[in-house]
Structure formats: structure tokens, C-alpha cells
Design a protein around this ligand. Structure first.
Ligand SMILES: N[C@@H](CCC(=O)N[C@@H](CS)C(=O)NCC(=O)O)C(=O)O
Length: 203
């Protein structure tokens, strides 16, 4: 049985979304998004930094959301939700899959820290402004690439589970401008997917 170690409003939502899309059975260990739960000895034994998501699958324990997504689609769905290696879309699939944690999430993290996690007297407007500009820049090529496409490589894929979730979060943080019409439509399409709704409503 798959067990997902989860906290609300976090990247763990990606894994719920994926498991729901694939109609796989799983258990959830729901923790609060606070140091008491995430930095407990119990959770640090699962993830040395006390972060989520972490997935258990029998004797296997794995963290890093991208690695978990790849693990699940390879081990539990015969490589479903991604193009074949020989498919012309495969490089683009890989690119957007990794663009999520590589380019979009670093400024998202900073924005979350600077607007939600730090107490107001420790927030820094300069750092926040830099991160917002960086995120807007990082989202531009995503917006452009979505012109005439419903999803990142046309059909829905695991790259959407990664980057689509990051785009949804960016939009929720108010960082997707109305000019990014393709991206706005993409976020709306994602939000309409029943599996995504289940993931996002899991608090
Ligand atoms: N690159 C990692 C990032 C994991 C991560 O930072 N998760 C956040 C939630 S979105 C977390 O657990 N934060 C708790 C903390 O920093 O204390 C992944 O993709 O899984």
C-alpha cells in the first residue's frame, strides 16, 4: 500500500493529485504545516529536513516531489502520463517537468516565506520584490508555450502535475498577471480537473 506523508497547502498536493489521476489506492498521513509536526523526530526519520512530500511503498521510502512522481508513474502505471522516450515531445516533457522545481519554485518559496511564514517585522520588501519579478520572468515562457495548447505538451501529462501545480500556486499568490492569458486559462483548466479538486481541497 502507498502511504503519502502530507501537509496541506504544500507540494504534497501534487502527489495526491497524481494518485487521484491514476486512480491508485493510498493512505494519507496528514500532518499540520508547522514545525511541531514536520520537524518531529518521527517525521525527520522519514525526511532528514522534515519536509513533505514523502511516499512509502512497502519497503521503499522516497522524498522529492519530482522523484516521487517519476517513481509512481514508472512503478505503478507502466510509464503512463508521459510520452515515450522516442516521442518528439519527450524532451519538452522533461524540460517542463524539471522547470518546476528548477525555475518556478525557488521564487515561489521566497514569496511564501516573505508574505506568509515570517512574522511581519522580519519581512523584507526588497527580497519580496526580487522574487516576484523573478517569478514573473520564469512564467513568461510557460505562458508563451501554452498558446494553442490545453496542457504543457498538448495532452495532460505528469509535467502538468509538477509545473501546473506550481502555476496554480503562483496564481494563488497573485503572481500571474492578467496579460498571461494562456497561463490563466491553463490554471483554470487544471482547477476544473476532479483529481486536482480532491487534492486541493484536502486540508
Ligand atoms: N524540492 C522538494 C521541496 C520540499 C519542500 O520544501 N516542501 C515544503 C512544503 S511545499 C516543506 O516541507 N516545508 C516545510 C519546511 O520547510 O519546514 C520537493 O519537491 O519535494
Amino acid at each position: 500500500m502507498l502511504t503519502l506523508h502530507f501537509a496541506p497547502n504544500s507540494r504534497a498536493g501534487r502527489i495526491v493529485w497524481l494518485l487521484e489521476e491514476l486512480e491508485l489506492e493510498y493512505d494519507i498521513n496528514k500532518m499540520a504545516f508547522n514545525p511541531k509536526d514536520l520537524k518531529s523526530d518521527e517525521h525527520r526519520a522519514r525526511h532528514p529536513l522534515g519536509r513533505v512530500p514523502v511516499l512509502d511503498d512497502g519497503d521503499v521510502r522516497i522524498y522529492e516531489s519530482g522523484a516521487i512522481v517519476e517513481y509512481v508513474i514508472e512503478r505503478h502505471k507502466n510509464g503512463g502520463l508521459k510520452p515515450e522516450v522516442s516521442d518528439p515531445l519527450y524532451p519538452e516533457y522533461l524540460q517542463w517537468f524539471h522547470y518546476c522545481e528548477g525555475m518556478v519554485m525557488p521564487p515561489v518559496n521566497t514569496i511564501v516565506v516573505q508574505t506568509l511564514l515570517l512574522p511581519p517585522d522580519r519581512r523584507d520588501e526588497t527580497v519580496l520584490g526580487q522574487a516576484q519579478r523573478l517569478l514573473a520572468k520564469a512564467l513568461e515562457p510557460v505562458d508563451e508555450s501554452l498558446a494553442g495548447r490545453d496542457y504543457l505538451i498538448g495532452a495532460f501529462s505528469a509535467a502538468d502535475v509538477m509545473l501546473g501545480h506550481a502555476c496554480f500556486m503562483s496564481n494563488r499568490l497573485g503572481c500571474v498577471s492578467d496579460e498571461m492569458v494562456n497561463l490563466k486559462g491553463y490554471v483554470e483548466r487544471i482547477a476544473e480537473r476532479p483529481a486536482f479538486k480532491t487534492a486541493i481541497e484536502m486540508a
